[in-house]
Design a protein around this ligand. Sequence first.
Ligand code: NI
Length: 165
Amino acid sequence: MAILEIKKYPDEVLKKKAEAVTDINGDLQRFIDNMIETMYNANGVGLAAPQVGVLKRVIVVDTSPRQENQSLIVLINPEIISSEGEILSEEGCLSLPGFITRLKRKEKVFVKGLNRKGKEIEIEATGLLARALQHEIDHLDGILLIDKISPLKRELFRKKFKTKK
Ligand code: NI
């Protein structure tokens, strides 16, 4: 296993749409293992393939340190099939180090996709898991946290980020 480099804003790869996985092979299994290791190493609760520069629809999520009855989830070609309610909560991203913002997300989501063995699975998620799944699936469409905040907040973020560099 290996720890992969996490791409940071404003890396262009973070803005690109990832492609569906069509072949679940050994290379993909190794890549998934590396994604898992990279997520844990960065103390993240989720990671999407584009964040390590790979434009494939793969996410890993583990909210167990902060949410009861959870464990590692690997999802290939994930899709939100329905959602309920809205909730405002704080959110960060490994590709936007040091940036945390309050953001409205769906409170409950039903997500389907394939597990790492290629078996179709469906997940009903609430709380942090629902938030993490929405966040990671956004990454697959090239959408970052800062694309979802108000233009004024985004401007403040850009200024702050410039001075930090
Ligand atoms: Ni993120």
